[in-house]
Design a protein around this ligand. Structure first.
Ligand code: AHN
Ligand code: ZN
Length: 335
């Protein structure tokens, strides 16, 4: 097209838009009112389940992320660099923690802060290690480490996808993403030594006592645990319901507004000792555990829980989508 004709076309378009905007001026008040009400509904970026799935695959490809192994160290490096590449201010928290059987585990909590100056903050967390034992599987597999595609990697995958959006569009509040280590090294059923309390969640226990910044505070936290299982359901987890009911209601309401009613069930589920307990106990931050819970199974969890079946085959993008969209809606609507 030659230049003069293109110019005339543009001029025509400009005139048309001018006419149409003049024409609507008699409705100015209603238009403004509509704008005011719409202004309160922020644009939430579109969560991509494909992207989250890829981040899960990458973690699982290292092999089981059992503390003190090469796969664990390599995956820790990947997670630190990925969160850094998504523009977060990074904190690398190394910790020697002691396992139920007296081993020193070289743990690493990986933390990325968005808008670190903001006073109003929301904490998002998941554990990145995987269990050294398939102790809910057949006996011959009890000492085999698991991929932990769902138990571990799924929560981290969803949070990495959220981090990608946080870099592109900042919400009104500051966000801290914490990948806790050594959550899943808890005392196994087959152990015949003396029973010990608090053997799970060693990374979050350490962080709770010594946070990445002194006196760290957040309005509330959201923990993602086993958020990728096919046909997963999320019930009101007991400890969260007692200590973080306000945030919990906000999350389940957001999920229902988005239509994810078959995933987010507004009924009481079991109570779980998970990282959110220590976030609340040591930092007094109400923290909600969005955890795959199955009321019809013996152990209360997904059929692949602590079995060799917890691999990429049990991950469903639709579940990741429901959880990712919901968490994004909550944080982008926080004022
Ligand atoms: C216990 O089984 C004691 N707590 C569940 C926390 C957990 C394990 N989440 C994932 N793996
Ligand atoms: Zn586990």
């Amino acid at each position: 097209m030659d230049k003069p004709r293109l110019f005339m076309l543009c001029l025509g378009a400009m005139l048309l838009s001018l006419v149409s905007s003049c024409g609507s001026s008699k409705n100015k008040n209603t238009t403004e009112n509509e704008e005011t009400t719409q202004a309160s509904a922020v644009q939430v970026p579109a969560f991509s389940a494909d992207s989250a799935y890829l981040y899960i695959e990458r973690q699982v490809a290292f092999g089981p992320r059992v503390p003190n192994t090469d796969a664990h160290r390599a995956c820790g490096e990947y997670l630190y660099r990925q969160l850094q590449a998504f523009g977060a201010t990074m904190y690398d928290q190394r910790a020697d923690v002691v396992s139920y059987d007296g081993k020193i585990l070289k743990a690493r909590n990986i933390i990325g802060a968005y808008n670190p100056e903001a006073k109003k903050r929301v904490l998002l967390c998941a554990h990145w290690d995987s269990r050294p034992y398939a102790d809910a599987d057949k006996k011959e597999h009890h000492h085999t480490p698991i991929d932990g595609a769902n138990d571990g990697a799924s929560g981290v995958g969803v949070l990495l996808e959220i981090a990608r959006h946080l870099q592109q569009q900042a919400p009104a509040v500051g966000i801290d993403i914490v990948f806790f280590d050594a959550e899943d090294y808890g005392i196994p059923e087959f152990y015949d030594g003396t029973y010990k309390e608090d053997t799970w969640c060693l990374g979050s226990q350490y962080w709770g006592r010594i946070p990445h910044v002194p006196d760290y505070k957040a309005r509330f936290g959201i923990l993602l645990d086993m958020v990728g299982g096919k046909g997963a359901t999320f019930y009101y987890e007991g400890y969260s319901a007692r200590t973080a009911s306000h945030a919990m209601k906000k999350i389940w309401d957001a999920a229902h507004r988005l239509g994810h009613t078959q995933y987010f069930i507004k009924e009481a589920g079991g109570e779980v000792t998970d990282d959110h307990v220590y976030v609340n106990r040591f930092r007094q931050i109400p923290c909600v555990d969005i955890i795959g819970y199955n009321p019809h199974s013996d152990n209360g969890f997904h059929e692949t829980w602590h079995t060799l079946g917890d691999n990429m085959d049990c991950i469903d993008r639709a579940t990741l989508q429901a959880v990712g969209e919901t968490v994004m809606a909550v944080i982008y609507n926080e004022k």
